[in-house]
Design a protein. Structure first.
Length: 104
C-alpha cells in the first residue's frame, strides 16, 4: 500500500485537484441568505390557548380524582376496623363451639 501511495505521489505530485474561485467564501453567506424565502412572524394562535386549557383541565381532573381516592381510602380504613372486629367475633374454633354448647 505504501508503494502505491509513493507511485501516485511521484506521478501526480501533491497537488490538490480542487480550486475555489477568488472571493467565493466572502460572498457565500450573502448569496445563500438572499435565496432563502422570507420567514413569517409567528403569532400566538388558538392552538396555544387550547393546549393551555387542556393542561389545566387535566390537572383539575387529576386533583379531583386524587381527592376522591383519599376520601374513599379514609372510609375504607374506618370500615376495615369494623370488619376486623366482626371477623374476630365471628371466628370460632372447635373449643369455642363446645363451650357454647355446654353452656346451654
Amino acid at each position: 500500500m505504501i508503494q502505491e501511495e509513493q507511485y501516485l505521489e511521484e506521478t501526480i505530485g501533491r497537488k490538490d485537484g480542487f480550486r475555489v474561485p477568488e472571493g467565493y467564501f466572502n460572498q457565500l453567506t450573502a448569496s445563500v441568505m438572499s435565496q432563502l424565502p422570507e420567514r413569517k412572524a409567528r403569532t400566538k394562535t388558538l392552538y396555544s390557548w387550547l393546549y393551555a386549557a387542556a393542561c389545566i383541565i387535566a390537572v383539575a381532573v387529576m386533583s379531583v380524582t386524587y381527592y376522591m381516592h383519599q376520601q374513599s381510602t379514609d372510609e375504607m380504613t374506618a370500615d376495615s376496623n369494623y370488619y376486623e372486629e366482626a371477623a374476630d367475633y365471628a371466628m370460632l374454633d372447635n373449643m369455642d363451639i363446645y363451650a357454647c354448647m355446654v353452656d346451654e
